[in-house]
Design a binder for this molecule. Structure first.
Ligand code: CAA
Length: 283
């Protein structure tokens, strides 16, 4: 099937980045969020991020203006009814995603592909509660979406080949690269990344190193662009903890035990950059 219109659900960090790259690739984008202020803020942020790309001569002013004109916003899920592809990037809570899909599905065309940007929730389980498990899959972008070249494509147990191929084509048109993962807890990227971040928190917790020395060691010692604690703050400590819990519950192995210090920071509301405080102070 030809995909021309993309519905994006959730105007947060990931959703606005997804709308940004889809619009630049020439798709008509309908961005949905329950919060009208979040929609306004997302469109402003997309505009600023595209201005930055114009200033660095990554895109032309004409490309920027045409892409911005392709983005419309709505607070109503029914307005995604004409989408050929829907990418859900709402809050990382299964009950929230289930409720969104339940409300959305009756408005969709039968051929519409439904995907989730979930970083760790089972695609098979999310799909099983919709009317189209064979047309459902994981479409996992990395943050910041306009900069990171990977999309992890995750097949649920029932995903059909036509759906997978259509999503592969979208990734190509976005000028990104796909890595295919089977549907097991946290897929590939977070299965490997989160235990590393969790281990960095253990290193801090046990007093092996302080925040600065841990990040310096990993940045300069392994050429990572960010140290693991800086990266955890960037991703959000609540997200990191949620993913560790998915790994711990789903794989039943103590090696995925979340560090008690990570739990304590989340309980304190020190969630990283978005909260102004995490392992670093951004205030
Ligand atoms: N939109 C558009 N462009 C952006 C942008 C945005 N939101 N954010 C950054 N950029 C661009 C900048 O304009 C700049 O462009 P040029 O190369 O043309 O100059 C480039 O990105 C680099 O940005 P900066 O100079 O501001 O900063 P930097 O060099 O320190 O890089 C970074 C910032 C790209 C975030 C880099 O630190 C990095 O790659 N960090 C690691 C990110 C990472 O690991 N992400 C994955 C997280 S895991 C995940 O997302 C999965 C999950 O489910 C949790």
């Amino acid at each position: 099937m030809t995909i021309e219109r993309v519905g994006v659900i959730g105007a947060g960090q990931m959703g606005n980045g997804i709308a940004h790259v889809c619009a630049l690739a020439g798709y008509d984008v309908v961005l949905n969020d329950v919060n009208g202020d979040a929609l306004t803020a997302a469109v402003e942020l997309i505009g600023r991020n595209m201005d930055r790309q114009v200033a660095r001569e990554k895109i032309s002013q004409e490309d920027r203006d045409a892409a911005m004109a392709r983005i419309s916003t709505t607070g109503t899920l029914a307005d995604l009814g004409q989408a050929d592809l829907v990418i859900e990037a709402a809050t990382e809570r299964e009950a929230v995603k289930d409720a969104i899909f339940a409300e959305l599905v009756p408005h969709l065309k039968p051929e519409t592909i439904l995907t989730s940007n979930t970083s760790s929730i089972s695609i098979t389980r999310l799909a099983s509660k919709t009317d189209r498990p064979e047309k459902f899959m994981g479409f996992h972008f990395m943050n910041p979406v306009p900069v990171m070249s990977l999309v992890e494509l995750i097949r649920g147990i029932a995903t059909d080949e036509e759906t997978f191929k259509a999503c592969q084509d979208v990734v190509e048109r976005l000028d990104k690269t796909a890595a295919t993962a089977e549907d097991f807890p946290a897929f590939i990227v977070n299965r490997i990344l989160m235990p590393m971040i969790n281990e960095a928190v253990y290193v801090l917790y046990e007093g092996v190193g302080n925040v600065k020395s841990i990040d310096k060691a990993m940045k300069l010692g392994t050429n990572h662009p960010m140290g693991p604690l800086e990266l955890a703050d960037f991703i959000g400590l609540d997200t990191c903890l949620a993913i560790m819990n998915v790994l711990h519950d789903g794989l039943a192995d103590t090696k995925y035990r979340p560090c008690p210090l990570l739990t304590k920071y989340v309980e304190a509301g020190w969630l990283g950059r978005k909260a102004g405080r995490g392992f670093y102070d951004y205030r």
